[in-house]
Design a protein around this ligand. Structure first.
Ligand code: AHR
Length: 652
């Protein structure tokens, strides 16, 4: 009995003690009198890679798969009927030499034609318009031939149709607009030969008329808008492992991605295969959204462009043999590609590559300021290749910042070696990657507190928190919000960061987690998206010291906090995550702020369900809410909800 009594007493004291700790107020001092280091405009950005059908089948609004009949089996994605022939003689586009001849099948009751399955089907919306175009010619000396173009549903019912007359024996572009009679996520495009005269066809294309910014070779509007709405400061592209390629031949070669879209050489996508056993034999890069379009998108979404180029190493995960890479002595064409890329972005129209950019419709410079050489590279193979790039770029373009890689892991032997080599080579920034679990993210919020301030700056070029099942759930977003206070607090050494990857088609993903998920008609922003957006919309211009008992808040009692001043908006931004399961009382004192009442906002991102996700059917399951508040002076007292990310703005 005595024993039981003392047990009860000790349990009670633990409970009371815990309550005492929980109800304790955290007094946080924010110092407006000691404005800290500048926060780069590039601080919070995005990383785009053609993975998970992010480009073809995703952001790039083309609806036809294998539009140039160049997939290794020329008709992959197409079903043919009647008299259809693949040919290569007198092809209109030398880099994509295959085309199709449709000929009369011999009997009036039979038909010749083909239909395209799109990317997991073709998504069309009722009453929306779709621009069909095709390069065609009459192979014989005929006056005219004709095609019938239809949108059909999975039951083969036609819900939109148009006719095209082909009137020349020279290759010419023809186009017609189809209006969708209904909404259908899994439509197909069917093309019939509608004349006895044969017709040759190449580059068959179907785009929504209503693309982002109305461009004909345009981007899917909802997806591009979602990028714009993130307010990204920097835009890293085009990869990722696809920069390196499954082998050198299939690396991303930017020169193949510019010029007339019909003549851009098709490339195999390194993501056609992922472990374990996810194989996408039809995953190719049409390069329809190539470097010109990616630079243009950077400009449109207000982000600094950051191209990544091959350093002569093919994907190191896939290629263990040194012979799979370019020998150091043979790097010249790779280095030339880097120099030419800078000329393409910034050179005027008197230069070869600047002229191409101007001819493509952008006479003004894209104002490129930085370039990354290599993606996730490691070992001594990397610095010995990076070195000649650095020499050549520094000598021709001294103002361009060079980003080097610290490899695929955020610590360990290769990481340490990578960093020391980047210091030796005086890289301007070092690209760190980490895909880690929630515990790692919380434990690493102090990661940058003790980084060397004199060496290269940090670019967290790929990072995402994921629980065991790699879901984009609320827990992962909350941990990222907490971790990112460490980016902000260390803005003197962390210059930019980009969550990865951006997009995933729900039927075609190879990698999780991802910021934005989509199908053929809809898209959904993950909880992680909203964290990125809150940071992107509230970057601030300078760090404000934020401490409790003179220490930064990086996990004490589950609290992570950072603050910034925005000199342009004339406001203070307070970011604070409570990762504990209990509410937390916070009393902010803003030293240096006059005590009069002022306006502000309070944004709360919270869920009681750590596993909560946003889905295509329930896109708003977890979203932040914002309201206006009044701040009674230089003090702000709040109670943070359990497991919540909170953001306050205070007008000065
Ligand atoms: O983001 C997916 C992949 O993760 C990238 O291609 C690569 O850089 C990293 O390993």
């Amino acid at each position: 009995m005595k024993k039981n009594k003392s047990l009860v007493v000790s349990i009670l004291s633990i409970v009371l003690g815990t309550q005492l700790i929980f109800s304790q107020t955290h007094n946080i001092q924010v110092d407006l009198k000691k404005v800290g280091s500048p926060i780069q405009k590039t601080m919070y950005g995005i990383f785009f890679e053609d993975i998970n059908y992010g480009a073809d089948g995703g952001l790039y609004a083309e609806l036809i798969k294998n539009r140039s009949f160049e997939f290794p089996q020329s008709l992959l994605g197409w079903t043919t009927f009647g008299n259809v022939e693949v040919r290569t003689d007198e092809a209109p586009f030398p880099n994509n030499p295959h085309y199709i001849r449709l000929s009369y099948p011999g009997h009036d009751e039979k038909q010749t034609g083909l239909d395209n399955e799109g990317f997991f089907g073709i998504g069309v919306k009722q009453d929306a318009e779709y621009r069909f175009s095709v390069w065609a010619r009459l192979p014989q000396e005929n006056i005219s031939g004709s095609l019938r173009v239809e949108l059909i549903d999975p039951e083969s019912s036609v819900f939109s149709t148009q006719k095209l007359t082909i009137d020349s024996k020279e290759w010419k572009k023809y186009q017609v607009v189809l209006k969708a009679g209904k909404t259908e996520a899994k439509a197909r495009l069917r093309i019939f030969l509608a004349s006895k005269n044969a017709v040759d066809m190449d580059h068959v294309s179907l785009f929504p008329v209503d693309t982002w910014k109305g461009c004909e070779n345009g981007l899917r509007k909802d997806l591009a808008q979602a990028l714009y709405d993130l307010h990204p400061g920097v835009f890293r592209f085009p990869g990722g492992c696809i920069v390196e390629g499954t082998d050198l031949q299939t690396r991303y070669q930017w020169k193949n991605s510019v010029g007339p879209v019909e003549n851009r050489k098709l490339n195999e996508n390194r993501w056609e295969y992922t472990f374990p056993n996810r194989f996408f034999p039809d995953y190719f890069q049409s390069y329809g959204m190539g470097f010109f379009e990616l630079f243009q998108l950077s400009e449109e979404i207000g982000a600094e462009p950051l191209p990544v180029i091959s350093c002569g190493l093919s994907c190191q995960f896939q290629n263990k043999d040194d012979k799979a890479h370019v020998a150091v002595n043979d790097l010249d064409p790779y280095i030339q590609d880097a120099l030419d890329l800078i000329e393409f972005a910034n050179g005027d129209a008197t230069t070869k590559w600047g002229k191409l950019r101007a001819d493509m419709g952008h006479p003004a410079s894209f104002n490129l300021k930085m370039i990354a050489v290599g993606n996730e590279q490691w070992g001594k193979l990397y610095p010995e290749r990076l070195e000649p790039f650095v020499k050549a770029i520094r000598s021709k373009y001294p103002a361009i910042k060079i980003i080097g890689s610290a490899g695929p892991s955020p610590d360990g032997k290769d990481f340490e070696f990578g960093w020391s080599e980047m210091k030796r080579l005086k890289a301007d920034l070092v690209d760190e990657h980490y895909y880690k679990d929630p515990q790692w993210f919380l434990a690493n919020a102090k990661r940058y507190d003790n980084y060397d301030r004199k060496g290269p700056k940090v670019f967290a070029g790929e990072y995402a928190c994921h629980p065991k099942n790699r879901k984009n759930n609320f827990e992962s977003a909350l941990c990222e919000s907490a971790f990112m206070t460490g980016f902000e607090r260390n803005a003197d050494v962390v210059y930019q960061c980009t969550y990865a990857p951006l997009f995933a088609h729900v039927e075609g993903w190879q990698w999780k987690p991802d910021l934005i998920w989509f199908d053929n008609l809809r898209s959904v922003k993950s909880p992680n998206y909203y964290v990125q957006q809150l940071y992107g919309m509230h970057v601030g211009t300078n760090v404000l010291p934020t401490v409790e008992n003179k220490l930064p808040l990086a996990g004490q009692d589950g609290i992570f906090a950072s603050s910034a001043l925005d000199k342009n908006k004339n406001e203070i931004i307070l970011k604070i995550a409570n990762t504990s399961k209990e509410p937390r009382k916070i009393a902010y004192t803003i030293n240096g702020l006059k005590t009069s009442e002022r306006k502000g906002t309070q944004t709360i991102f919270v869920s009681t369900d750590m596993d909560a996700e946003n889905t295509l059917d329930k896109p708003d399951n977890v979203v932040p809410t914002e309201k206006e508040i009044r701040i009674p002076g230089n003090k702000l007292e709040v109670e943070l909800a359990p497991q919540s990310f909170n953001l306050y703005t205070i007008k000065l």
